[in-house]
Design a protein around this ligand. Structure first.
Ligand SMILES: Cc1cc2nc3c(=O)[nH]c(=O)nc-3n(C[C@H](O)[C@H](O)[C@H](O)COP(=O)(O)OP(=O)(O)OC[C@H]3O[C@@H](n4cnc5c(N)ncnc54)[C@H](O)[C@@H]3O)c2cc1C
Ligand code: SF4
Length: 334
């Protein structure tokens, strides 16, 4: 088991000033390298020795990875190192992709949002305390899940999509990025690939050792938002233990297009119920063509279909049903 210490272990630090230099370093050190953005997830793990990288590649000096811009075809491009504070306050995002701006503004505390980056927030690892505490569970390469036992502390864990591991995706921005059909641009020594948000995040049945497709040598350079959901009605809510700052117990990011009195199309994506942002495909189909009141009733009825609660997290089923209803009717009317 890892021991939490006050001192940071030594590591080789590289601070490239260009993407090309960062890619060369990432290629050179491969699986022995650790890419560092804001460091909020990473430094904690170095300190408790759960990760001991041979080389740390700090992207902080690469200005080309920061900022928000717009392409002629209407895509909004966010550099992976753009801080959560900038995402939350950026006028273009607030106006066109409000669900992402609100989600970024709900992450942790102002200090963490000032330092934490969008790419790092979306790429952060599981927060299961057994795993973070150094237990040799499935996700850490062992042959047991400590959370999914009758005595396991699993109040915060998954109700959907579990496969041996029941850890959840803790990111607030991830469900908003899936709802908006974001595309993740990833570079490595071999070239550039663009991955749809839904394929960027991975569940334990596909790969139990990571929450996303980033592998050795990869650098996430930007996240692109296509105009598909620009200006749509949106809703974001995060249920947490402490409003001051906390990870989600369950969250919802929703975008809705209406025609007249009826819902034309909707996206409902949940955080903290599965190892990846969890789309409610059934509820999305059920609301199309309905008035908000009928849509809310239909969505609530089926939103939690397929949920498999653990010993201590059946309350998440109720939260899922209520959150999807609120996403359609608003907090007060639901
Ligand atoms: C006290 C506390 C409370 C928190 N509360 C919340 C919360 O309520 N909601 C929430 O969503 N999050 C929360 N977080 C998580 C926090 O937001 C994330 O740790 C942070 O956003 C990670 O961003 P970072 O830039 O610091 O990433 P880093 O720690 O630098 O990186 C995180 C991971 O992403 C990888 N990575 C980062 N950028 C790139 C890139 N460009 N290319 C390839 N790989 C990359 C790193 O290798 C690492 O694996 C909390 C964290 C703390 C410490
Ligand atoms: S939930 Fe996943 S990360 Fe947590 S103990 Fe089980 S296998 Fe490990």
């Amino acid at each position: 088991m890892a021991i939490v210490r006050d001192g940071m272990p030594p590591f080789a630090l590289y601070q490239p000033a260009s993407i090309e230099d960062a890619l060369a370093l990432a290629g050179r050190f491969g699986a022995n390298a650790w890419v560092l953005a804001g460091g909020l997830d990473s430094l904690e793990r170095f300190k408790d020795r759960s990760i001991l990288p041979g080389a740390v590649i700090d992207l902080g000096r690469i200005d080309a990875l920061r900022g928000v811009s717009q392409t002629p075809n209407g895509d909004v491009v966010l550099g992976s190192l753009t801080t959560l504070t900038e995402v939350a306050g950026h006028p273009l995002l607030r106006e066109r992709f409000g669900v992402l701006a609100v989600a970024a503004g709900e992450v942790a505390s102002p200090q963490i949002r000032n330092q934490g980056t969008l790419g790092g927030n979306a790429s952060q690892d599981a927060r299961c305390w057994y795993y973070r505490g150094g237990f040799q569970c499935y996700r850490a390469g062992g042959n047991l899940c400590y959370a999914d036992t009758p005595e396991g502390m699993n109040r915060e864990h998954a109700i959907f999509g579990a496969s041996r591991c029941v850890a959840v995706s803790p990111s607030d921005t991830a469900p908003a990025l899936v709802a908006l059909d974001a595309r993740f641009v990833i570079r490595n020594g071999g070239g550039t690939r663009t991955v749809a948000a839904e394929d960027f995040f991975v569940g334990p049945a596909d790969d139990i050792t990571r929450l996303n497709v980033l592998g050795p040598g990869d650098i996430l350079t930007e996240i692109r938002l296509p105009p598909t959901w620009a200006g749509a009605t949106h809703y974001f809510e995060k249920v947490r233990d402490r409003p001051v700052w906390d990870f989600p117990l369950v969250g919802i990011a929703a975008v809705i297009r209406t025609r007249g009195e009826r819902i034309e199309q909707a996206r409902f994506v949940l955080s903290a119920v599965a190892a990846k942002p969890w789309r409610l495909h059934g509820a999305e189909a059920a609301v199309a063509g309905k008035t908000p009141r009928d849509a809310a009733a239909a969505a609530e009825k089926i939103a939690a279909d397929g949920a498999v609660p653990l010993t201590h997290n059946a309350y998440k089923v109720t939260l899922v049903r209520n959150l999807v209803k609120r996403a359609i009717l608003g907090k007060e009317a639901a």
